[in-house]
Design a binder for this molecule. Structure first.
Ligand SMILES: [Zn+2]
Ligand SMILES: [Zn+2]
Length: 66
C-alpha cells in the first residue's frame, strides 16, 4: 500500500490514525452508531440522532449524514 500525500485521516469512531492498528471493531460498531470524530481533523463531532438517521457535524468540515 502506498501512502500518497501527507494527509493523515483518523478513525471516525476511536479518533486514532487510520494507520495506527486495526479498526475492525470500530468498523463493526460504525454500522450501528454514528461517527464520533472528524476523519480529517479529529475534532469531536456534534452528533444529533433521530429515529431514522443521524447527523454528525464538524465545526470545521461540515455535516456528515447517514
Ligand atoms: Zn478506530
Ligand atoms: Zn473536521
Amino acid at each position: 500500500m502506498t501512502v500518497s500525500g501527507t494527509e493523515t485521516t483518523f478513525c471516525d469512531r476511536c479518533g486514532r490514525p487510520r494507520t495506527d492498528g486495526a479498526h475492525d471493531t470500530c468498523g463493526r460498531a460504525r454500522l450501528l452508531e454514528p461517527p464520533r470524530f472528524c476523519t480529517t481533523c479529529r475534532r469531536r463531532l456534534i452528533v444529533q440522532v433521530t429515529p431514522t438517521e443521524w447527523t454528525a457535524r464538524c465545526s470545521e468540515h461540515g455535516v456528515t449524514t447517514s
